[in-house]
Design a protein around this ligand. Structure first.
Ligand code: PEP
Ligand code: MG
Length: 869
């Protein structure tokens, strides 16, 4: 018979896939001799079997669970559902990949009207027993039966108000008994059944509910966002309860072995005395810092620190540990790799290398490439910050700066598309809103509250525990010191100080710290491919250099055309009726473009710069507004009607497949001639200033080698003219973009005419699929949901189709010209999964937006580390 249930002593940390992260780590902690309450894990395979079995628990599984329950009873000397000394259990979910707060947990399971009395006797505390019972009824009703939590909260709040109690623990035994009766009445009303007295029924229903929670909406969304496969399922951990709410010598807490926000090598955490686990995370009471445990229970504090060191040394990584103290005895309930900000992740990795715990290669594998973008975002400008009016201060839960409009619920924020999410406290239902938000502000909750943990994980700025703020959700406003902030008003958050400001505050670039620089120097030592930037202005180039660009792989010259000084000569050039008339605006443009290129060459100081000649259809530049048409009429001396007609003739039904790219230059070669002259004149000028230059000219949207040879001849003649007139010569390269399937399959012929290929995977994807890159987002999500495609092909390269075309192109090109240089400059150049593919098909470089350069560098280094192992 297949085994589905494992006692903690039967597992190990290597069994994550089968036992889930929580189960595997509980086993590991048990095996290394730490104080863990006994228990067992129902495997992820059981979860999958449950779904195959029409969501029913089967006979053999129930038997196996019962056997393990008997073992647990023997170990604890208590009886589940027993009339004397009853055993209570917790039931927790735990998938192989951590999904904090996404699935369900039930505590204090095993209580009913009989066992609660037995628990009173066994513990000598009636208050404790009844408090545990009311918690259990509420949790079971919410998690297992789906009765909304607020129905119970409302009763609790009313009772507290009537009896002038501020906190839950001030309620008397009589109050608790009233609560229990009222809770049961709700249960009966909502489910039509009595609350289950049979403890085995309680357990089996809860196990089912945990399996079901694998497919609740928030877990599905979390998996989709984090790319976690649906098939892996969750395990269920059943564990003997220990109680943090057994009076003043009991408590519960969460701690990280190093600071998860900064990476500082110092224990960091929070705890609450006389409380159960959920109280700390839910942020109902504001917890105390872990250091104050030293004063309250010095021995326990010492023991806890020792456990932290043991666990960190054992796992060789920063741990996030949950603990409970029951009547002066410490228990560990969970350990897992601690979630951290990227800044902390890098500091911890660099520190652990110098502490000799891990190697540089391991450090490189520790950082998720896309998380690096967190570090590259901006902080507030000091001057603007000084003038900012501070509204209030909370806990600096997740660093960064955010300015935006206030929204009080995720739905409205989602509609708005961006803003600051202001909540009493967040819950997993808010996850989508949190992802979209610029920052998160909560009234309740500490550094380990849901808002804080999620925000750090996704790199959002967050301030929690902002208790002075009073929210009125119906009016959609909050008040602070008589100042009312309404939905849609601007506020700013500084997640590094916890300060909340009124209005919008300007941001500045963030300085990259020494740990980042050191870490990235290891990355560069290992990676092989070059990483270049898609950069169109000197400013973009400066940013790109700061982030480690080894050149410009794509300078889209048309972006310069939209600048106010250039757009009018561009329009004049387009409106001109013949080459002669076109000469004047072209000359003007040449001078202006030359200046732009000079700036770029200076910023790149000697690194290669690939300039892509004009690509979009001409009508994109033409005026649309009446006033602009009138201005153009004055500038060109043509009447308004003629200009309107010219605009109309340039309109295309299908412009992305129309008169664009090199096709434009086949009709108007003088445009490309002007552009290459501007590039070369700028290069000569900058070279004269003593700065090295490496210009590369790139022709877009080629479909046939003949297009390239036609244009190449004219381009070379223009460049030779420049060299002759200036009595200088410069080395340069001439290449093409490969963005059309036909170019891929005729790459041998095209390679004869080109020194390099740069795959324009945006257009190559668009034309291969026949999906418009501008409109396909309307249906791509349906394709993903209906599992027709796994990922958006405009974000992650489609290896099966577009990738195959690239491979065919490379094969043909290399056969014709082994020395040809190959790169990619579509959006995929900054996507880690696509980069891995580009590495294996033999590209020499990737080019991406400046903010993705560190991501690309790290992705390439990780590929090398993985390949060398
Ligand atoms: C491409 O098509 O991949 C490309 C880089 O060019 P653009 O995005 O400018 O069309
Ligand atoms: Mg393109």
């Amino acid at each position: 018979m297949k085994k589905f249930v494992y006692t903690f002593s039967e597992g190990s940390k290597e069994m994550k896939k089968l036992l889930g992260g929580k189960g595997a780590n509980l086993s590991e902690m048990t095996n290394i001799g730490l104080s863990v309450p006994a228990g067992f894990t129902i495997s992820t395979e059981a979860c999958n079997e449950y779904y195959q079995n029409d969501k029913k628990l089967w006979k053999e599984l129930v038997l196996e669970i019962n056997n393990k329950l008997n073992e647990l009873e023997k170990k604890s000397g208590k009886k589940f559902g027993g009339e004397i000394n009853p055993m209570l259990v917790s039931v927790r979910s735990g998938a192989a990949v951590s999904m904090p707060g996404m699935m369900d947990t039930v505590l204090n399971l095993g209580l009913n009207d009989t066992t609660v009395k037995a628990l009173c006797k066994a513990t000598g505390s009636e208050r404790f027993a009844y408090d545990s019972y009311r918690r259990f009824i509420q949790m079971f009703s919410d998690v297992v039966m789906g009765i909304p939590k607020y129905k119970f909260d409302r009763i609790m709040e009313n009772l507290k108000k009537e009896n002038h109690c501020e906190h839950d623990h001030e309620l008397s035994l009589e109050h608790l008994k009233i609560l229990i009766n009222e809770y049961k009445t709700i249960y009966k009303k909502e489910t039509g059944k009595y609350f289950p007295e049979n403890t085995i029924d309680q357990l089996m229903l809860t196990i089912k509910a945990v399996f079901d929670s694998w497919n609740n909406q928030r877990a599905i969304v979390y998996r989709e966002i984090n790319d976690i496969p649906d098939e892996i399922g969750t395990a269920v951990n059943v564990q003997a309860m220990v109680f943090g709410n057994m009076g003043e010598s009991s408590g519960t807490g969460v701690a990280f072995t190093r600071n998860p926000a900064t990476g500082e090598q110092k224990i960091f955490g929070e705890f609450l005395m006389n409380a159960q686990g959920e109280d700390v995370v839910a942020g109902i009471r504001t917890p105390k810092s872990i250091e104050s445990l030293k004063e309250i229970m010095p021995e326990i504090y010492k023991e806890f620190l020792k456990n932290c060191s043991i666990l960190e040394a054992h796992y060789k990584d920063m741990q996030d540990i949950e603990f409970t103290i029951e009547k002066g005895k410490l228990y560990l309930l969970q350990t897992r790799t601690g979630k951290r900000t990227t800044k902390a992740a890098i500091r911890i990795a660099v520190d652990m290398v110098s502490e000799g715990i891990i190697s540089k290669e391991e450090a490189i594998l520790r950082i998720e490439p896309s998380s690096l973008t967190q570090l590259l975002h901006k902080n507030f400008e000091e001057k603007s910050l000084k003038n900012g009016k501070i509204l209030t201060e909370g806990l600096a839960a997740s660093p960064g700066a955010a300015s935006g409009r206030v929204y009080f619920d995720s739905e409205t924020l989602k509609e708005a598309g961006s803003g600051i999410l202001v909540r009493l406290e967040t819950s997993p239902e808010d996850i989508e809103g949190m992802y979209i938000s610029d920052g998160i502000l909560t009234v309740r909750g500490g550094m380990t509250s849901h808002a804080a943990v999620v925000a750090r994980g996704i790199g959002k700025c967050c301030i929690s525990g902002c208790g002075e703020l009073s929210i009125d959700e119906t009016k959609k406003e909050f008040t602070i010191d008589n100042q009312v902030i309404k939905e849609g008003d601007f506020i700013s958050l500084d997640g590094s100080t916890g300060k909340v400001y009124l209005g919008e505050i300007k941001k500045k670039d963030l300085k990259l710290d020494e740990n980042f620089q050191e870490f990235m120097s290891w990355v560069d030592e290992i990676k092989k491919l070059d990483v270049k930037a898609n950069a169109d202005t000197p400013h973009d180039c400066e940013t790109a250099i700061k982030f480690g660009a080894e050149g410009v792989g794509l300078c889209r010259t048309e972006h310069m055309f939209f600048a106010e000084d250039k757009i009018w000569p561009v329009r004049e050039m387009i409106i001109a009726s013949d080459e002669e008339e076109r000469k004047k605006p072209i000359q003007k443009l040449l001078e202006l473009q030359k200046k732009d290129f000079e700036g770029i060459f200076r910023a790149m100081s000697g690194k290669p710069v690939t300039v892509r000649l004009l690509d979009p259809p001409l009508h994109e530049f033409l005026p649309k507004k009446k006033s602009e048409i009138e201005k153009l009429s004055v500038l060109t001396g043509r009447d308004v009607k003629t200009i309107e007609n010219r605009v109309k003739t340039l309109e295309e039904i299908n412009p992305m497949l129309g008169h664009r790219g090199c096709r434009l230059a086949i009709t108007y070669p003088e445009i490309y001639e002007m552009q290459v002259k501007a590039v070369m004149l700028a290069a000569i000028q900058v070279k004269k200033e003593g700065v090295d230059v490496q210009p590369e000219i790139m022709i877009p949207l080629v479909t046939d080698a003949n297009e390239l040879s036609f244009l190449k001849e004219r381009i070379i003649t223009s460049i030779d003219d420049i060299f002759k007139n200036s009595d200088t010569k410069l080395k340069y390269k001439l290449g093409t973009m490969i963005e059309v399937p036909r170019a891929c399959v005729t790459s041998d012929e095209i390679a004869k005419e080109a020194e390099f290929f740069s795959f324009g995977t945006n257009d190559l994807t668009q034309i291969s699929y026949g999906f418009s890159r501008d409109d396909s987002n309307k249906f791509i999500s349906d394709y993903k949901q209906k599992k027709i495609i796994d990922a958006d092909p405009f974000q992650t390269i489609d290896k099966k189709g577009v990738g195959k075309l690239m491979q065919a192109s490379i094969l043909l090109a290399k056969k014709e010209k082994p020395s040809i240089q190959l790169g990619v400059c579509g959006e995929h150049g900054g996507d880690p999964k696509s980069i891995e593919f580009f590495h294996f098909i033999g590209l020499d470089y990737v080019s991406c937006s400046p903010y993705r350069i560190p991501v690309a560098r790290l992705s390439l280094a990780q590929i090398e580390v993985k390949n060398n192992n």
